[in-house]
Write a protein that binds this ligand. Structure first.
Ligand code: GDP
Ligand code: MG
Length: 193
């Protein structure tokens, strides 16, 4: 079950000086860093990373937003000019692109058994306000849909992690060339087998 996944410490994580704190959590669980890059995404890379034609994902973000607005009594029509989930998803996608290119990021390829799910678990729930303590987002952030949407910006949740093996393959190929990924052995691997 060796898998590879993409993990990005987003601009807020870098700006807050949390690079060591965040990356150590993946190292200590036993995941192997097989690639790493300190970089700033341009518009083209950001738009490929957050594609504007992935309708299911966009609608999902739109639905989450509508639920959240209802909970806090916010009128979506007033704030965003629409109640259409796809249109709202596209608005958020625009905020996301702006967020990811707003500053330098540290991108990693992490390798290990069940790496995709393991990394998601360590990151925690998308909304830091709902992420449990012990996770990166739960321990180190408090942002919510409400705060982000009323501020017309993406949720600042410190990290991006691929959502599935298929997403991981696609995203790794966007951020890294094959020659930038290195295989090696970690000394404790034998003990963990
Ligand atoms: P992830 O895979 O856990 O990062 O979550 P998604 O793929 O659903 O969303 C991508 C990113 O968009 C998240 O990490 C957040 O930064 C942002 N985001 C997701 N949902 C919302 C939302 O409802 N409102 C806002 N403003 N941003 C969101
Ligand atoms: Mg995602």
């Amino acid at each position: 079950m060796q898998e590879r996944t993409l993990l990005i410490i987003k601009p807020d994580g870098v700006a807050r000086g949390l690079v060591g704190e965040i990356s150590s959590r993946f190292e200590r669980v036993g995941l192997k860093i097989v690639a790493a890059k300190f970089t700033k995404a341009d518009q083209t890379l950001a738009e490929k990373h957050y594609p504007s034609d992935r309708d299911v994902w966009l609608r999902g973000m739109g639905e989450k937003t509508l639920e959240n607005y209802k909970k806090f009594g916010v009128d979506p029509e007033k704030l965003l000019g629409t109640t259409d989930t796809l249109k709202i998803g596209k608005i958020i996608q625009g905020w996301l692109v702006k967020y990811i290119i707003s500053g330098p990021v540290l991108a990693f390829v992490l390798e290990g058994p069940h790496a995709v799910d393991l990394v998601r678990k360590i990151c925690g729930h998308t909304l830091p306000s709902e992420a449990v303590p012990g996770t990166i987002r739960g321990d180190l952030a408090y942002d919510s849909s409400y705060l982000a949407n009323t501020g017309k910006r993406a949720i600042k949740n410190l990290v991006h992690a691929s959502g599935s093996l298929e997403e991981a393959k696609y995203e790794i190929s966007l951020w890294f060339s094959p020659s930038e990924i290195f295989g090696y052995e970690r000394v404790e691997e034998k003990a963990m087998r």
